[in-house]
Ligand binder design. Structure first.
Ligand SMILES: Cc1ncc(COP(=O)(O)O)c(C=O)c1O
Ligand SMILES: N[C@H](C=O)CCC(=O)O
Length: 442
């Protein structure tokens, strides 16, 4: 492909050789319109497109860039690892070190199996649950996204929500039939389904705090209720911390909500991803030895991966978790609060009813009277909000040099590198974006 092409030209060419021009649907501008921004580089709080335009980034690679893009120490760790080999397909001491770092933060993850994507982590967790219980049925919640394995795409959030799809073509009836989808935050629905089919249910999987239908904070006691009900029926609880893990705090959402010492609940299995790989393809699942040892080669539940525990990804994960100390989390939290306040002020100033919902330092905005008055507790609430206000809002921000997630159903991500200059640029961009949201029509 010739150099110095415009964004539109590159996109047109990309669409000829890559479906939709993108390698993950949420990167397309399907719900906001326009040409996806092709990036050339990223550093700290910024991304730079192929035309040389710099943006303050509020996507952060959909979560991993907790410390900002290309943190020098993380890059150095990866470079150093690369000099010793890109992939061995054999165990390394670094994998042991990363597993120990995770266990130090989430003690219930006594053993960790590394994979390359969050999808694999949740898929493997389901397989363990089925292997452990001898049952087939799984329960998930509408609007939660757990990656793109067959069993978990029904009424999924993220790109499935953005595209307005009920699920995916290509999933067998048998696979879909083994998945029960319930409304999020609805303890009565969960109790009812267990009362009826409890002996068939292998597990309940939930995002620790859903962040793929916008942020829908679990109502107080909801995660505890999942724990209580699953335990009563001999089913497993899988907490998907792929997005929240090591991002909203040192021990993820579970650490914030349940508390690490004497936790109010502990799931059977955790799924991790994103931050744990420091921007490289690495994810994992963790839990008590008795369950994790069901995995091959110890137990009968098969799982494998040529690139699992890849040395570059492991090095990035170790460097990131080592650098992600209390001060780093405090910086991310403070930056998030600053943007939330500026966003609320800008929308209030032009009279756009809205609700900003949070899960630790993650947040998203829902527009509309109902969302503002009652909040958003379910996927139905999220879809009923004034989503038409987001595209003009998004494009006004982009025009002003701030890259938001290109879907109202995605979270906004800050990093420890979002300094005053970056935060000021966001604050300066917000008033005109709020005016664009105010004048949007259905
Ligand atoms: C909560 C959650 N679980 C699982 C996944 C799947 O992870 P991956 O995209 O790495 O497969 C994602 C995001 O993609 C996620 O947000
Ligand atoms: N919402 C997704 C992950 O959290 C976005 C990542 C993707 O699917 O590309």
């Amino acid at each position: 492909m010739p150099g110095h092409l415009s964004m539109e030209e590159v996109y047109r060419h990309a669409c000829e050789v890559i479906p939709g021009g993108v390698n993950s649907p949420v990167r397309a501008f399907g719900s906001v319109g326009g040409t996806p921004v092709f990036l050339a580089s990223a550093s700290g709080p910024h991304v730079v497109d192929i035309e040389g335009r710099e943006y303050v980034d509020l996507v952060c690679s959909w979560g991993p860039a907790l410390l900002g893009h290309a943190h020098p120490e993380v890059v150095a760790a990866v470079q150093d690892a690369a000099t010793r080999g890109l992939s061995f397909g054999a165990p390394t001491t670094a994998e042991v070190q990363l597993a120990e770092l995770i266990r130090g933060r989430v003690p219930a993850a006594e053993k960790v199996r590394f994979v390359s994507t969050g999808t694999e982590a949740t898929m493997t967790a389901l397989r363990i649950a089925r292997g452990a219980t001898g049952r087939d049925v799984i329960v998930k919640f509408a609007g939660c996204y757990h990656g793109h394995s067959d069993a978990l795409l029904a009424e999924a959030g993220s790109g499935v929500a953005t595209a307005g799809l009920p699920g995916s073509a290509g999933v067998t009836k048998a696979s879909a039939g083994d998945t029960i989808v319930l409304p999020y935050n609805d303890v009565a629905a969960l109790e009812a389904v267990f009362a009826e089919r409890g002996s068939e249910i292998a597990c309940v999987i939930s995002e620790a705090a859903p962040a793929n239908m916008g942020i829908v904070t679990p109502l107080p006691g909801f995660n505890e209720a999942i724990r209580r009900i699953t335990a009563a029926h001999g089913a497993l609880m899988i907490l998907d911390e792929v997005l929240t893990g090591f991002r909203v705090g040192p021990s993820g959402w579970w650490g914030l909500e349940a508390g690490v010492q004497n936790p109010t609940y502990t799931p059977d299995l955790f799924a991790f991803g994103k931050v744990v790989g420091g921007g490289m393809p690495l994810a994992g699942l963790g839990g008590p030895a008795a369950l994790m040892d069901l995995l091959a080669p110890v137990g009968p539940v098969y799982q494998a991966g040529t690139l699992s525990g890849n040395p570059l990804a492991t090095a990035a994960g170790i460097a990131t978790l080592t650098l992600a100390d209390a001060a780093a989390y405090a910086q991310v939290d403070a930056a998030s609060l600053t943007v939330q306040r500026a966003l609320a002020d800008a929308l209030d100033a032009v009279g756009v009813p809205h609700r900003i919902q949070t899960a630790g330092n993650l947040f998203s905005v829902f527009f509309g009277e109902d969302a503002a008055a009652r909040g958003v507790a379910t996927y139905s609430d999220a879809k009923a909000a004034d989503t038409f206000r987001y595209p003009p809002f998004f494009h006004a921000m982009l025009d002003a040099g701030v890259a938001l997630p290109p879907s109202v159903f995605e979270a906004w991500f800050l990093s420890a590198a979002h300094d005053d200059a970056a935060l000021n640029r966001i604050a300066e961009a917000l008033p005109s974006a709020a005016r664009a949201a105010a004048s949007a029509t259905r």
